[in-house]
Design a protein around this ligand. Structure first.
Ligand code: SAM
Ligand code: SF4
Length: 328
């Protein structure tokens, strides 16, 4: 068995996204089909021991960066404990978290101590009423969470705004000003046709970020930039402000050729691409007593399934699972 994870197209996989729950305490209309009030962990989800074991196998194979995501990771009880265990794994140099920040005011300090360094926070609107319409949540709680994260010393804190035509595209400039004020990095995201809600959102509210970029360029001096751990975003700095803004454009300009990631679903399914169903079920193997070597070999073989690129742009969503299942 050779070392490392290289797919059939020569891409080295160094990044694993781990979904720790498909539940959420918000309900963004483009993401969540229904509201789960029950946060108990079903038997078919990976336990913390199992997540640690799979992550350890990936680390042995050369993966150094992990992102915890979901659903909303902070609704999974004991998440800081899991974070502490993963950040201590040999080979893991970067542990980050995607969150809606709804519970961050109480959790920020503990998460930082557990070894999470970087945060991505969803924020689609700065207007309380609109934020409530999009997410069913309260903007004030998110702001408290963001300020607690800042005080706890997370760096960078990246805000992710899904830009939707007729919903929040008039707030792009406000969001830039907000990030300038608070020194947050800002990333704009195009809607993707995931699940049924995603399909209809993407059909009726999709806005190419090329349009947004052009609009911003009229107002600001956008200088091409790069960002460590920046992922698929194309970054610019705004003049000499130091503010970085990124554009994540899976539809208008896909970035599949540089893809370095795979995803572990909450039920232990290893997904090779966000935009395809190609997957391998690891949970049954873990529970049948697979050895560490066999687990590593299974992960390496799974890479043969990684497709060249997603199929979001062909007019048909071929991905019926929701982002919250795979981990966005
Ligand atoms: N709950 C956390 C959060 O909101 O950041 C983590 C999980 S969420 C699924 C991760 C990211 O996926 C969020 O930034 C969210 O806006 C984005 N997302 C969800 N569904 C999407 C869709 N259909 N198109 C584009 N982005 C989507
Ligand atoms: Fe929850 Fe995040 Fe999905 Fe919004 S985007 S419903 S916060 S999982």
């Amino acid at each position: 068995m050779g070392k490392g994870l290289v797919d059939p197209f020569g891409r080295t996989i160094s990044y694993l996204r781990v979904s720790v729950t498909d539940r959420c305490d918000l309900r963004c209309f483009y993401c969540m089909p229904e509201h789960f009030h029950d946060y108990t962990v079903p038997d078919n989800w990976l336990t913390f021991d199992e997540i640690e074991r799979v992550t350890g196998a990936f680390a042995t194979l050369g993966v150094s960066r992990i992102r915890l995501t979901g659903g909303e990771p902070l609704v999974r009880k004991g998440l800081p404990e899991l974070a502490g265990r993963l950040s201590a794994l040999p080979g893991i140099t970067d542990l980050s978290l995607s969150t809606n920040a709804n519970r961050l005011a109480q959790d920020a300090q503990t998460l930082k101590q557990a070894g999470i360094t970087r945060l991505n926070v969803s924020l689609d609107s700065l207007q309380p009423r609109r934020f409530q319409l999009i997410t069913k949540g309260k903007l004030g709680k998110i702001m408290d969470g963001l300020m607690a994260a800042k005080a706890a010393g997370f760096a960078p804190i990246k805000l992710n705004m899904v830009v939707m035509k007729g919903i929040n595209d008039d707030e792009v400039l406000d969001m830039v000003e907000f990030c300038l004020e608070h020194r947050f990095t800002l990333r704009f995201i195009e809607t993707m046709p995931m699940g049924e809600t995603g399909r209809s959102t993407s059909d009726s509210h999709y806005l190419s970020l090329q349009t947004v970029k052009a609009r911003l360029a009229e107002r600001y001096n956008l200088l091409p930039s790069i960002m460590d751990g920046g992922g698929p975003a194309q970054y610019f700095t705004i003049g000499n402000t130091g503010l970085r803004i990124g554009f994540i454009t899976p539809i208008s300009q896909h970035f599949c050729e540089t893809c370095n990631r795979v995803r572990l679903g909450v039920d232990g399914t290893l997904y090779l691409c966000l935009g395809h169903e190609h997957s391998v079920a690891l949970r049954p193997l873990l529970r049948a007593g697979i050895s560490d070597r066999e687990l590593q070999a299974t992960i390496q073989q799974a890479l043969a399934l990684k497709p060249l690129q997603h199929v979001f742009n062909n007019g048909h969503s071929q991905v019926m699972r929701f982002m919250s299942m795979t981990g966005g």
